[in-house]
Design a protein around this ligand. Structure first.
Ligand code: GLU
Length: 327
């Protein structure tokens, strides 16, 4: 019987990382090994699928640009359109994996699984996690059980949703967590076990990015005690068309920052308030004119706001895209 074809797009990251020492898990170089070299290490995937490889980039994931995201979107769209492709795997550095995953979730709708996978230990390390993560990502992308669940993240024997999962630890292999929403399932070896029937996360309508056109610049401002509201003007002067504020708690700002942010909104600049907490939601309690981020963390809020602005949405339309999760 013919095995399902799984497209695999290699972008680099720690999963393709190398060091001279197999004890080095911190100062290795990300994005060194090619996709062909990674595939050669895991011949067992051919037992259950046929990989169709594509070397897209080979970089540390902090170097993935917005232009890369649009090009990646076009590539994944082409692959998903092929009838004989069962699903798509994307290898990615863990640092920004959730941002790429969120971008794809906001811009793609397909029943076929699209699975992002990374690793915390470089390929050269003892007990490197990348090989098993990659094998499991192939198994997940090839599985009919994974269909209809949105963009998935597979790492450390767990399956998560692009919208809810986040990198929570700078070193640990169990870094990807979804603290409130939880995981969608686990990997039992190469068998995905899901906790529930297929469902999609609550999302605004899919953004069409097929026609080209860059993502507008959106800046993320991290608040703290004694913060400087002048940074909002700075980013606008640098060309930002929208702002995301990583606010304290459930969206709380210093009085000075709140005044400045509201003044930006009054001039027609959308300002989204998200939270530095890493879990929970931000809603609009009527105290200000800012757009509440719902469950989206600051970096995913940046993606969503940039997509809204690219589509020319007004303030009310942007707010509707963010608050769809808030009922
Ligand atoms: N290991 C790197 C870090 O934790 C990430 C490498 C990557 O994302 O490409 O910062």
């Amino acid at each position: 019987m013919s095995k399902p074809k799984v497209a695999v797009i290699f972008t680099g990251g720690t999963i393709a990382g190398q060091s001279d020492s197999n004890l080095d898990t911190t100062s290795y170089r990300a994005g060194v090994l090619t996709g062909a070299e990674l595939l050669a290490q895991i011949p067992a995937v051919h037992d259950f699928c046929t990989p169709v490889p594509e070397q897209f980039r080979n970089v540390v994931s902090t170097d993935i640009t917005d232009a890369d995201l649009l090009a990646l979107h076009a590539l994944v769209t082409r692959q998903l359109a092929q009838d004989d492709i069962a699903g798509v795997v994307i290898t990615h550095g863990t640092a920004t994996l959730e941002e790429t995953a969120a971008f794809l979730q906001f811009t793609l709708r397909s029943d076929k699984p699209v699975v992002l996978v990374g690793a915390m230990r470089p390929n050269s390390a003892i007990s490197a996690d990348g090989q098993m993560n990659l094998v499991q990502a192939f198994a997940l992308a090839a599985s009919p059980q994974a269909r209809g669940r949105g963009i998935l993240v597979c790492a450390n024997d767990r399956i998560g949703s692009a919208i809810y999962i986040s990198k929570t630890n700078a070193q640990a292999v169990d870094t990807f967590q979804a603290r409130d929403a939880g995981f969608l399932g686990v990997m039992m070896g190469v068998r995905p076990l899901f906790y529930a029937q297929p469902a999609q996360p609550l999302l605004p309508p899919c953004f069409d990015v097929a026609g080209g056109g860059a993502l507008p610049r959106v800046a993320v401002v991290h608040t703290h005690l004694n913060d400087d509201p002048g940074v909002l003007e700075y980013f606008l002067a640098q060309g930002a068309s929208g702002l995301v504020i990583a606010a304290a708690g459930n969206g709380t700002l210093s009085s000075a920052m709140a005044r400045q942010a509201n003044a930006c909104v009054e001039r027609g600049v959308p300002v989204v308030k998200s939270s530095v907490c890493g879990a929970g939601f931000v809603w609009n309690e009527g105290k200000d004119k800012l757009i509440p981020a719902g469950f989206h963390n600051p970096q995913k809020s940046r993606m969503l706001l940039a997509l809204c602005l690219r589509q020319g949405m007004d303030m009310a339309e942007i707010e509707a895209c963010f608050t769809v999760q808030l009922g």
